[in-house]
Design a protein around this ligand. Structure first.
Ligand SMILES: Nc1ncnc2c1ncn2[C@@H]1O[C@H](COP(=O)(O)OP(=O)(O)O)[C@@H](O)[C@H]1O
Ligand SMILES: [Mg+2]
Length: 308
């Protein structure tokens, strides 16, 4: 992956009347990277994206795209951007192909070869000559994506692109975004309030809360760097007290509060074989034993809780 920063935000701020909606947000997105812009509804994601794309005025700070300032050199800066801010504009009575041709007429330098290329990249070869009115939402999304990358943008911006997509559509979108980033070297900024899917889609994420960027992390360190892990054991409730005694004797802290058939304890996955053997050797009937993975969603919620 190249390390050239394509998008750079410095202290970007939006004030509407007396309210600060986006508060000194700084981050950058590199060529070939998918950057997830995460935050609950109302956090200020769309407002930030609107400033990046020049749809609303910047109150303070600035944005650079390929080195051009949005504030001082908007025309040059915006030339390098492709985006789907809301639903892509498509003509339903035309085929996907005719839509792309139509769009290509409005932007300079799009060759026939490039049109064929983007159709392949977004995987619409089979259905490109069908009417868009007959397309599924996922297919329309892909056509929108094809349109957005037609002019070889160095930055692609997608605001909540998974809204309204089914799991299969989300999966597809993820694959196409990865292709666009990794094959074409495009910097991708994708916003979402849905975290579990960002986990699979992005290389890095920035977490926005109440207009402030509270964390920027590599997705791998966010997912792998867990200080505590947990293990869930299903047993016969009649043996509950005995199991707790054994586990505490082994130095584990048991989190379940009252007798039941389920026990949760702080332990790492690596300790499962040991736990299993210790309990089995003492005559405990184990129905299941499994490590509990903390999803990005849970970590995100914990992070948010800590800030209240
Ligand atoms: N034009 C506006 N006037 C006043 N408040 C606004 C305006 N646009 C957005 N807001 C407020 O700014 C906050 C952030 O909104 P938005 O950027 O849409 O968040 P997100 O996209 O993260 O859901 C919200 O509280 C919203 O009500
Ligand atoms: Mg929004």
């Amino acid at each position: 992956m190249e390390n050239k920063s394509v998008l750079e935000l410095k202290q970007l701020t939006k004030k509407i009347r007396n309210k600060t909606i986006v508060d000194k947000v700084s981050f950058s997105v590199n060529a070939g990277e998918i950057f997830g812009f995460l935050g609950p509804n109302g956090a200020g994601k769309t407002t930030t994206i609107r400033m990046i794309t020049g749809l609303i005025k910047i109150s303070q700070g600035d944005v650079w795209i390929d080195g051009y300032s949005i504030h001082n050199d908007f025309i040059h800066a915006i030339r390098h951007v492709g985006g789907i801010i809301e639903n892509p504009d498509l003509y339903k009575y035309l085929s996907g192909y005719q839509n792309l041709k139509q769009y290509a007429r409005m932007v300079a330098g799009v060759t026939q070869q490039r049109i064929d290329e983007v159709i392949r990249i977004v995987g619409l070869t089979e259905s490109i000559h069908e009417k868009v009115g007959n397309y599924s939402l996922g297919m329309r999304q892909r056509l929108g994506l094809a349109q957005a990358i037609l002019h070889h943008p160095s930055l692609l911006i997608l605001d909540e692109p998974t809204n309204g997509l089914d799991p299969e559509g989300i999966h597809e979108l993820r694959d196409y975004l990865k292709q666009i980033a990794h094959q074409e070297g495009v910097a991708v900024l994708v916003s979402s309030h849905l975290l579990s899917e960002m986990q699979l889609m992005c290389d890095r994420v920035g977490v926005l809360r109440k207009g402030k960027m509270i964390a920027i992390e590599d997705i791998s360190s966010l997912v792998n760097d867990r200080s505590t892990q947990q293990v869930k054991i299903t047993i016969d409730p009649a043996q509950y007290e005995k199991v707790v005694q054994i586990l505490e004797g082994e130095g584990f802290s048991v989190l379940s509060a009252h007798p039941s058939n389920e026990l949760i304890l702080d332990a790492s996955k690596k300790e499962i074989p040991h736990l299993n053997k210790t309990l089995a050797d003492k005559g405990i009937l184990i129905y299941s034993i499994q490590g509990i993975e903390h999803t990005l969603e849970e970590q995100f919620l914990n992070m948010m809780e800590g800030l209240k």
